[in-house]
Design a protein around this ligand. Sequence first.
Ligand code: COA
Length: 153
Amino acid sequence: MRPVVVTGKPIRFASGADSVTPEQLADLYRSVGWRFEVAEGGGEDRSGGADLARLGRLIAGSTLVVTAWDGETLVGFGRCLTDGAFIGYVNNVAVRPQYWRRGIGRRLVEKLMGAYPGVLFMVSATGDVVSFFERLGFKGYQTSWMAHDPQGD
Ligand SMILES: CC(C)(COP(=O)(O)OP(=O)(O)OC[C@H]1O[C@@H](n2cnc3c(N)ncnc32)[C@H](O)[C@@H]1OP(=O)(O)O)[C@@H](O)C(=O)NCCC(=O)NCCS
């Protein structure tokens, strides 16, 4: 596969929970407009944002984490949750906007899915992102329902 070059050196891909810190991930996520705030009182924000501790659990609790680096800068991230046999969920794929449309997002998702041959992967997407996943071979089905723990705060 041809290397992706944006600013000089080829983009380096890595994997594993220890390849990225919550701070680096928060910085990348902010670059695409995702909110990661500390909740009032310093606790967890359960309203859709996330604090650094929660991002740490996102990283540590994923089955596989993949990252893309331009030098020391995190420019892409993706993660999946899967049983490794039947079902998987690709989630939170993000590429720093200056690096869009260079094939980095595709490679991140291909690395996630390529690690689990035969697994059926799902993703939740809206807007422009639908086209991105369609280009990667995903098809939309109106058969998914979602909820948080109904007993939760
Ligand atoms: C979605 C996102 C990850 C795509 O990353 P990217 O590195 O620009 O994607 P790629 O360059 O690998 O694109 C792969 C394919 O999707 C297409 N594509 C990418 N973004 C697209 C868009 N917004 N609309 C239509 N097609 C798009 C590309 O043209 C490419 O097609 P091709 O390989 O057939 O030429 C990036 O735009 C992003 O981080 N968006 C904000 C965060 C987000 O919403 N993430 C998704 C939540 S899971």
